[in-house]
Structure formats: structure tokens, C-alpha cells
Design a protein around this ligand. Structure first.
Ligand code: SER
Length: 316
């Protein structure tokens, strides 16, 4: 892939960890620069350049951009839904000022392309819940959702006004076995697998029937790479694309897990995250992504469950 250099910001999170691995395969280890506010212990992070970066530190951003001259940026650093509710001011600051800092440095240093994820959290209680369309009423009522929606408007604005090639998808809840989720409302759908394999039981922080849109991590990584690598004329939505895999409730997921682990038991103790989940859609219409840049998910719910259990079994 020529002389391209990729910078991942927030690379040690749930998406960044898996994306770093895939990007190294495409561009080569030396051309993938990982960065995060802290460097984890794992040797994985010693195999390619790593920089400590706080996205609120403009001077440091400038140093890193001038050192590596990245052509592609994946800007993943954010406070997720549950964490941002606990610290609303920091949620706004990190998610918005962080985005502006990366946009401005990208313009200054001539970055070719940026990927920035939005979320189903942009939708709110007044949005149609089922098969939520790309364009509809969008009135988010969480800090995270408000920052993601505002960020989407600015993606479109920076593209239109300054020609910045920023691309985005609205991630649903993401499920994977290689990395831990960090402070979201959909985190239960990962925790449940670890607890099922370790203890054969799980106490869920959402109600049994709370259906949410979800996606298996290999599909999320594929979507991220597909949209970033797509020809420019294919990207017609410059805010953020709806994206979906499948939808399930904790009860349905636990039934699928029981097909593999018949003694598994789930109980329900909803906490403050229930309100957040209640404001989000149950299912998503992602036909724009399918039509414009050929998005197609590969894993069904059943395939995801089998694959998660198979891989985590080896660990426990
Ligand atoms: N998984 C995210 C969250 O729960 C949604 O984008 O916050």
C-alpha cells in the first residue's frame, strides 16, 4: 500500500486493539503507529511504534503528526455511554475537543483520510425503534449520544467546508473475545461470555427483554477497513452510516449460550445503564452502507456465539 502511514488514536481500547492487529497485516508493523493515553504491559504494543497521547494535548498531537506524517488516521479515543454519564463535562471535552484537535492537525499536516466512529447512541427516545432509518428524528439524550451526533455534524462540515476526507459508521454494540469493552451500555454482551465460561452464571445489568443492535468484532473491523479503503465517490453520506449485524436481548443471548453450556444461568439486576439502553433502537436499517460501499456482515448471532465460546474456552 505505497508509503502510507497509519496512526491509531485510542489504539488500546476494544476496537483499537483488534484494528491495530489487522492494520499491521495490511501496512506492515513499522507503518502502523499506535497511540493511547497509557501503554499497556502486553508485548503486542512493542511490535510497532507506540506513542503516549492525550487527545486534549495539542502540542503532543503536533509532535506526533510531524514525526510520522500519517496519511491515514483512525481516531477512536472517546468516553463511552456509561462512563460519560458519570462525568458529563469530561465526556463532552474528550469527545468533542479531541475530535477538533485531530481534525485541525489533519488539515495542517495534510492527512489523506480519517476514520472516526459514531454510534447507535446518536438515536434517542423519539427515534423509530425498529429498523431505524439512516435519516430520521435524532434527539439523543445521553452525553455520549450528544457528542457523537455533534461529531457527525462536524464530520460533514469539515468535509464540505475544508475537503477533509473523514468517514464514519455508527457502531452498534460490539462483541469480541480479543479485547475488553470499556464503559459502554452494551458491555454486558461481552461480559456474559466470560462469566458463562468461568462461573456458569451471569448477573445482567439490563432487563431480560432489552433488545439492542449488535455486531461481531470481525465484521466491525471489516466495515471499518471497507469504508476507509472505499473509493471516494462511493462515500455519499459524510456524517455517519448506519450499520447493523443482528439484534438480541439478554434473554435471547443467554438461550443461545445455553445451547453450548446447558447449565448456564442468567439473572437480572438492571442498573443506571437500563435507561440508556431504553433510549436506543432495537434494530437498524443499514441499507445505505450496503448500497453505497458494499457493506455486508458475515456472522449471524449463532455463528458469533459459537465463535466466542470456542475462542474463550481455550483461555479458561
Ligand atoms: N457500545 C457503545 C456503548 O454502549 C455504543 O456505541 O456505549
Amino acid at each position: 500500500m505505497g508509503k502510507e502511514k497509519v496512526l491509531i488514536i485510542g489504539s488500546c481500547g476494544q476496537v483499537g486493539t483488534e484494528l491495530s492487529e489487522e492494520l499491521r497485516k495490511i501496512y506492515g508493523n513499522d507503518n502502523v503507529i499506535s497511540s493511547d493515553i497509557k501503554k499497556p504491559q502486553s508485548d503486542f504494543w512493542n511490535d510497532s511504534p507506540f506513542e503516549i497521547l492525550d487527545v486534549l494535548d495539542k502540542k503532543r498531537i503536533s509532535e506526533i503528526f510531524s514525526k510520522y506524517k500519517p496519511s491515514h488516521i483512525y481516531h477512536l479515543a472517546a468516553l463511552l455511554s456509561a462512563t460519560a454519564e458519570k462525568n458529563p463535562k469530561l465526556g463532552w471535552q474528550l469527545n468533542m475537543d479531541g475530535l477538533f484537535n485531530i481534525f485541525d492537525a489533519s488539515l495542517e499536516f495534510g492527512v489523506k483520510r480519517i476514520f472516526w466512529p459514531s454510534s447507535i447512541a446518536v438515536f434517542g427516545p423519539t427515534t423509530p425503534k425498529k429498523n431505524t432509518p439512516q435519516q430520521c428524528v435524532i434527539e439523543p439524550n445521553t452525553v455520549y449520544g450528544i457528542t457523537k451526533f455533534t461529531g457527525e455534524r462536524y464530520c460533514e462540515y469539515y468535509h464540505r467546508r475544508y475537503g477533509l476526507d473523514v468517514r464514519s459508521i455508527r457502531y452498534p454494540g460490539l462483541i469480541g473475545y480479543k479485547s475488553e469493552p470499556g464503559g459502554g451500555t452494551t458491555d454486558y454482551a461481552v461480559e456474559i461470555f466470560h462469566e458463562a465460561l468461568k462461573n456458569n452464571k451471569y448477573s445482567c445489568f439490563l432487563n431480560s427483554d432489552t433488545t439492542l443492535p449488535m455486531l461481531y468484532m470481525p465484521d466491525a473491523i471489516k466495515a471499518t477497513l471497507d469504508i476507509t479503503h472505499a473509493e471516494t465517490d462511493k462515500i455519499k453520506t459524510r456524517s455517519s452510516y448506519n450499520l447493523a449485524g443482528f439484534s438480541f436481548s439478554p434473554e435471547l443471548l443467554s438461550d443461545k449460550i445455553k445451547n453450548h453450556l446447558p447449565d448456564f444461568k442468567i439473572s437480572y439486576k438492571p442498573d443506571e445503564r437500563q435507561k440508556i439502553a431504553d433510549s436506543w433502537p432495537e434494530s437498524i436499517d443499514d441499507s445505505f452502507a450496503r448500497k453505497d460501499w458494499g457493506w455486508q456482515n458475515q456472522f449471524s448471532l449463532e455463528e458469533m456465539v459459537s465463535d466466542m465460546i470456542k475462542n474463550l474456552k481455550e483461555r479458561y
